[in-house]
Design a protein around this ligand. Sequence first.
Ligand code: DCT
Ligand code: MG
Length: 512
Amino acid sequence: MDLVRSSALVPIKKKPKLVHISSAFYPYEVKFKGIVLYLLERKMGTSRRNFLMELGRKRGFHVENELRDSVTHIVAENNSGEEVLKWLNSAKLTKANAYQILDISWFTECMGAGYPIKIEHRHQLQVQEDCSATFNPPVSSSCVHMSPYACQRRTPLQDINRIFTDAFDILAENYEFWENKGSRVKFMRASAILKSLQSPIISIKDLEGLPLLGDEMKYIIEDILEEGQCCRVVEVQNSERYKAFKVFTSIFGVGLKTAEKWYRMGLRTLEDIKNKMDLKLTSMQKHGLLYYEDILSYVSRMEADAVAHLVRTIVCEFVPDAVVTVTGGFRRGKVVGHDVDLLITCPRSGVEKNILHNTINVLKNQGRLLFHDIIESTFDDTKRPSRCVDNLDHYQKSFLILKLLKKEIEGEKTKDEGWTKPEEADRRDWKAVRVDLVITPQEQYAFALLGWTGSPQFERDLRRYATQEKKMMLDNHALFDKTKKIFLRARTEEDIFAHLGLDYVEPEQRNA
Ligand code: DCT
Ligand code: MG
């Protein structure tokens, strides 16, 4: 929420100042050369104009704050073509006829597409002799019916409404810290709705018809549209509890209970934790603190691929036909993640059982294992899938911290990938990486793959949809039809979607 606030806005009646672009400093990367936009403040309003200008710039468009000579496209809202022309003429702008004068609908569609779309007749503000020119109202994304279940929507990685979803995610996280599950889920669902929109919200009207967005959410969106930020969110971000919980839960092995305990003890910062000598820490938490900076610095896709290659090589030494798959956020197309989630199976049923211990032993012998914790399988095939949509599964698994050698990371391009390395890590020839290994029998693989691909919100909604709409029970192991009282088999993720009567959603579209 770092809206740039512009100061040099053009007043309606005064003559706009023309400045040559060559003399101006423009601190944004321009992806689309040859197009220079100017958003007319008239009837658009200052804060909305600022918001839209920032959005355009973030998408790689050259958006000028002033009507410079270089401007090629003027975008107006709630103005007729006549009105815009009149304004240009009154401002004595000789270049008036050389501009494309466009309605805001062209701009919003460009934002949705991520590139300058073809200008159609409907985008152009028409100038008529009788001065009764009309324009097309902004295209509202809400015209389309939208399901309240994330599994019935497509949610790509690129979130064009991030300014709003970030706000909802912060509030949801804060409710999680207060263990208020109901409010947390409400905000997570509202955030997921906005993440699936294909065009940016530029007016409160764009929310019409969207499910799960109550008045509380609308006020927040309105605040952001008008002010560029929401004071309720800012307050949360600055609150002592939120800040402390954020730090504590970013330590590997620290959950809400521990965070609460530490907060009650008066601890607030990472330094407080490190300096409190008599604080009882689990082995996982001690290692979480030891490799804190590395783990916090995120895993790049190249590092994830290097980890997968390393694990695959070891696993295939014992079981040549084993399958090692990168799941989690990376399978959904993310370029960074907080860990590497690897699913391991073997086409020969039963053979998978020894893989985990053997792999851990080899990693240990190679001096790669900085930490590991093995959880044995607790799966009981006589039981129906779990009723609780938030329950983790019963697979045999291990949570590790691996030593990944920098030379193993192809190209070592990590500096370009948006994460900052801790200084001291630059002197090492390795990096500590969080890895989850999950072992699944072949007959449950499709369920495990679907469950471990996420996003967590997508999975929640899949399970809710199964229960509420289909009278079925779904978890990471199986799908049970309560009406027919049978388990439904699935070889692939597509089979599971088909059993549920859902259109298949590709992993890249599950970023709810
Ligand atoms: N998962 C789930 N329910 C949970 C936890 C996890 O369904 N309570 C699934 C969904 C995502 C997957 O497991 C991996 O979990 P994370 O690694 O926590 O999520 P991620 O999407 O991979 O995110 P990140 O990129 O931060 O690792
Ligand atoms: Mg992950």
